[in-house]
Design a binder for this molecule. Sequence first.
Ligand SMILES: *Cc1c(COP(=O)(O)O)cnc(C)c1O
Length: 494
Amino acid sequence: MTQISLPQQSQAKQAVLDTMKAARDHDVKWREGRVFSLVFNAGDEVSDMLKEAYNLYFSENGLNPTAFPSLKKFETEVVSMVASLLNGDDDVVGNMTTGGTESLLMAVKTARNYARAAKPQIKTPEVILPMTAHPAFEKAAEYFDVKMVHVPVREDYRANVAAMEAAITPNTIMLVGSAPSYPQGVVDPIRDLAQVAVKHNLLLHVDACVGGMMLPFVRKLGFTIPDFDFAIPGVTSISCDLHKYGYAAKGASVILYRNSALRRHMFFSYINWAGGVYVSPTMTGTRPGGPIAAAWAIMNFLGEEGYLKLADVVMRTARKIREGIASMTDARVLSNPDMSVLAIASDKWDVYQIGDELTARGWHLDRQQFPPSLHMTIVPAHALVADQFLIDLKESIAAVKRPSVRKVTNKVVVSTANGLMKMLPDKWASRLTAKSSSLLGASGEGLPQRSAAMYGLIGTLPNRGDLNELVIDLLDQLTQMPKSDASAGRKSSG
Ligand SMILES: *Cc1c(COP(=O)(O)O)cnc(C)c1O
């Protein structure tokens, strides 16, 4: 076995494309509205527009704004449109990034550097955030050596402001709230957080990655949306993804700051390079023109009118799904989500098993923890499948309630679970299998055969340190180089 080598001869364009098309066979069926995360599909008209705009700027590089004034125009106009949607005044400034994670990385790096200048006595900066905040904050903590202090949320899954205030120390530099949080879709009490931030002279970042391009339109449609943006004086930065409810091409988000004095701490410059003076606003060097151009295009194409129409479709679908779930006694939506992101839980049954049954029926819902739940981000593509989803959810619950469910009833589920087992490093797989057999009562069928067992198990591992190692091993395993048999030439192994 060796690494895969570059094919010796050129291949026909059609052959290459055919291979790629076939490779999609086992991907989640997002076009049919079967997945409730990852893809924000607003229909063919929107994606055609995106592709054309993206292709127009396929080769341009946003790294140097003086070389491509076109991209500079698009970026500044996109940022300005987002700032105005989020009630920013003339002082608000920002930049485009490649996604929510990069926007949050930048918010934390900026806060750290701002604190270095404004509060030099702080040697180990801390950021206080609700435990529902996105993991990108933790990533930023690891990258930039800032400590994240996670605070439990209230019973309604919104940030517990009193507890967050109590967590403030002389090292605190910033507070964080989400609008809304990804796991349960609720907007944190940003106004109260802002009061605390102002009182203690702290920065306040609002993570509106998923909500920034949705909440303003939902509010315009007449729904009650709590204040969350620059309308609140204590808010100092906001992240807002365009590649979510902005329906832009992937690789597009915005990071906004209250004023340019704060934003300066985001910028990087190096003046001693042999290649010349180098400045860069965000994490990346080369910045593809496509996502910037496509974001500008879609915002102008849709306009407020288009976004309102899409938000209306999404909110109607979300309402239908919520009402459908409310009518089922064995499942419920956690808390009272503010828009179209929600979590399904069950007080009586194993919700991961319900998720497996949904998987068997062709749906893809991410599994969440604390508490166990299934994630739904509702997008326009779900309007046509909401009724079928509710029927399948009902059937899935009924299936889980049947006493025979612990036996393996469905080939798809078995192969899913076995696939998962295959991805696990050997020592972990055997450890988990041993553990789950004792947990579920050995049925003599070679447990675990259902992924519910896996997830349930992961939730109950006594030592979460083990789990950390396990998922890192898993990622390592998943991104192993595909090996090919040298004698067989170039061939990807399955
Ligand atoms: C999606 C999301 C992020 C991260 O965005 P990416 O584009 O996936 O990097 C951060 N915060 C929230 C609330 C999100 O929903």
